[in-house]
Design a protein around this ligand. Structure first.
Ligand code: SAM
Length: 222
């Protein structure tokens, strides 16, 4: 069936293009053993994030939704030695697991992990006068996607890249009657992007080990 093919092709891509990496494999096992939900990006998607960060030449990254830090590690590895990722996580257990993983991957010196509700953290960061970011990855609670996009704009400068995960949701995104708060949040996210003149964006549908989903990718123009 289709899902099996998607899985097998994802495995093929991973075997061909993504060198085996004991640290990243251990991180996924740790996350599973700690009982974290399996919502990390896949290896091929992690590499995709890594490549995007390199292509952008990003030095400062904001990630909303850390989980166990798997995507954080992929992105941190693309940063220059004076780069930084600020990553936001609500759940103290997830954050604790992420902290250990970031240290195992030896990227902890590049990462500021802030624990608490992302909206509260973002407003605190504004008060602290945190500098704008070059790359922003939105991957937390989907009902808040519209709010995260508004905050992303506050922490952007011309050229900032904004990436959002899980914006297709097995095609449910086109269901205008959906009562699923995640779908409603993602649809509002599209609406905001559509009417926001400062951002130029598209979305790419993806299949693979994470099922049928996709990313929104945009750039801030002014
Ligand atoms: N980016 C991670 C990766 O690929 O490895 C996956 C992140 S997972 C999809 C979403 C994370 O967002 C979860 O760890 C969840 O606890 C966190 N989260 C949910 N609501 C949040 C909130 N209001 N503020 C901050 N983090 C939140």
């Amino acid at each position: 069936n289709q899902t099996t093919t998607w899985d097998k092709v994802d495995q093929y891509i991973t075997e061909r293009l993504i060198p085996q990496d004991a640290v990243l494999e251990e991180v996924l096992v740790t996350n599973q053993q700690a009982g974290l939900p399996p919502f990390d990006v896949s290896p091929s998607q992690g590499k995709f994030l890594n490549l995007l960060v390199q292509m952008k030449g990003a030095r400062r990254i904001l990630e909303i939704g850390t989980l166990g830090g798997y995507s954080t590690i992929w992105m941190a590895r693309a940063l220059p030695s004076d780069g930084q990722i600020v990553t936001l996580e609500l759940d103290p257990i997830h954050a604790q697991v992420a902290k250990a993983n970031l240290s195992l991957a030896e990227v902890d010196h590049l990462v500021e992990l802030r624990v608490g509700d992302a909206l509260e953290q973002l407003s605190q960061m504004k008060q602290e006068g945190v500098e704008p970011f070059d790359f922003i990855f939105i991957d937390a609670d989907k009902p808040n996607n519209p709010n995260y996009l508004k905050w992303a704009l506050q922490f952007s400068q011309p050229g900032t890249v904004i990436l959002g995960d899980n914006v297709i949701r097995e095609g449910e995104v086109i269901n205008e009657n959906s009562e699923d708060a995640r779908v409603v949040g993602v649809r509002e996210f599209y609406d905001l992007l559509a009417e926001e003149p400062r951002i130029s964006a598209t979305a790419i549908q993806t299949v693979g080990s994470k099922g049928y989903d996709g990313f929104v990718l945009g750039i801030v123009n002014s």
